[in-house]
Design a protein around this ligand. Structure first.
Ligand code: GAP
Length: 451
């Protein structure tokens, strides 16, 4: 089961402090959102899960955190200055602007058919670096994290002695001046990507592409995204990005409809080839522009034959915001209770839960209960499994409801038995079952739960 509508998710996110409209007190800034106290935890947990599976649990991937502001030449040779565009139309009646491929021949705002011809609109945010605003100081906010992975290729090969196949992973902000940002955090202008560029021998690319498609869909399942809601879309040839030989999109049934959650592309040798010097000597297979500015040969030497190879690249590229939206949608449930009332529960996988446990003293004004609760909170917090909260409201029922809604897997209640018999009550979010355990067993119980 998942949320019935986007409105339910938007309302929960605002009410409980997951996601707010950015610059809200001044009317907002379209296509921007801020992640609140619980949203930042959920987002960090998702990014950590990705990093763990991509970097720590593999032996063939290195990490990178490159700058967001990007030299104009990078995005010139990458093809973004020329081709990173969407078709823009203006409505001549109401002056609104639309993406031509999303609206047909009628303005969605006023119904007029008096539209301009589509023209390409470049989605990159341009700025100037340094005190002079001239042609020589132009830089861009990166539209994808991938490019700086390619420009750092030689640095990473030289510093890690990697041989093919291997990958470079990066998580970070990307910016696109989307013509029509919409559907909450689904299409925004500032977002985060989790990207892996996996470098392979030409000829082995098809095999690796299939492997990564399978790996990535399994990973989303392990984050709680139902297999039934994911479909593989073979992107038609005429819709492929300028660098791609083949792309398979993982399409997910979001509350507003089925759309892309992650793209897995075969970028061939286009990017390394485009950014490399001495291109003529490198047997590059893609159609690329001559590069007269790069000072680096972005190729790798086969240790047996000494031959220089420009690797092909397989790229799984996922959006963090779309991941958060899919995960919230999957986890959101409205359950009927025995007393006829309802509860909202966010059945998140425990590793993604923003709060791992809430420690609740039965009475908020009882120093002995509160002090014991604080000690238990500190002890559990020190185990490093994520945020543990001291919930000192004095209202157990209300605290349970709140923690159901924000996905806290367990509530630990400290009552007078805790003072007399050294026991606590643990309440499970999903079953609502309660059990009593000894305080001395709590750390191992908690650690095992989040293993
Ligand atoms: N490096 C390849 C690349 O950027 P993409 O399909 O344009 O490919 C990859 O983007 C992923 O980034 C998408 O699958 C999506 O999850 C996310 N994404 C792209 N544009 C976005 C936007 N405007 N808002 C939120 N997420 C976006």
């Amino acid at each position: 089961m998942s949320a019935k509508s986007m409105d339910e998710l938007v309302s929960l996110c605002k009410r409980r402090g997951f996601i707010f409209q950015s610059s809200e007190i001044y009317g907002g800034l379209q296509g921007m959102y801020d992640f609140g106290p619980l949203g930042v935890e959920l987002k960090n947990n998702l990014k950590s899960a990705w990093w763990k599976s991509m970097v720590y649990e593999r032996d063939d991937v290195e990490g990178l955190d490159a700058s967001i502001l990007t030299n104009q030449l990078v995005l010139n040779y990458s093809g973004h200055e020329d081709t990173f565009t969407d078709p823009l139309v203006d409505c001549k009646s109401c002056k609104s602007r639309w993406r031509a491929d999303q609206i047909g021949d009628t303005c969605p705002n006023c119904g007029s058919k008096d539209l301009t011809d589509p023209r390409p609109f470049n989605l990159m945010f341009k700025t100037n670096v340094g005190p002079l605003e001239d042609e020589g100081s132009i830089a861009y906010l990166r539209p994808e994290t991938a490019q700086q992975i390619f420009t750092n290729f030689k640095n990473i090969v030289d510093s890690t002695s990697r041989a093919l196949p291997f990958g470079i992973a990066q998580i970070g902000k990307a910016f696109r001046n989307e013509i029509t940002p919409r559907n909450f955090i689904f299409r925004v202008r500032e977002f985060e990507q989790m990207e892996l560029e996996f470098f392979v021998e030409p000829g082995e690319d098809n095999l690796w592409h299939d492997k990564w498609i399978e790996e990535r869909s399994k990973w989303w399942e392990s984050q709680g995204v139902s297999k039934k809601k994911i479909r593989f879309l073979e992107v038609p040839k005429d819709e492929l990005s300028h660098y791609s030989k083949r792309t398979v999109d993982l399409m997910y049934e979001f509350p507003h409809g089925e759309e892309e959650l992650e793209g897995i592309a075969n970028r061939t040798d286009f990017d390394l080839g485009s950014h490399s010097k001495n291109q003529d000597q490198l047997n590059i297979q893609s159609k690329i522009r001559k590069n007269s500015d790069s000072n680096s040969r972005l190729a790798i030497q086969n240790k047996d034959t000494n031959e220089w190879i420009v690797p092909f690249v397989i790229e799984p590229s996922a959006g963090v915001e779309r991941g958060v939206l899919a995960i919230l949608n999957e986890a959101y449930k409205v359950e009927k209770l025995e007393d006829g009332k309802e509860r909202i529960v966010l059945a998140l996988k425990p590793h993604l839960s923003p709060i791992k446990a809430a420690v609740i003293p039965l009475k908020k004004n009882n120093d002995d209960l509160v002090s014991l609760a604080k000690n238990i909170k500190d002890e559990l917090q020190s185990l490093g499994r994520g945020r543990v909260l001291l919930e000192n409201t004095g209202n157990i029922g209300k605290s349970y409801r709140k923690h159901d809604e924000v996905g806290t897997p367990m509530c630990i209640t400290i009552d007078f038995d805790s003072l007399e018999n050294n026991t606590v009550t643990i309440r499970d979010r999903d079953s609502m079952d309660q059990k009593t355990i000894q305080i001395q067993e709590l750390t191992s119980y908690f650690s095992n739960f989040f293993k």
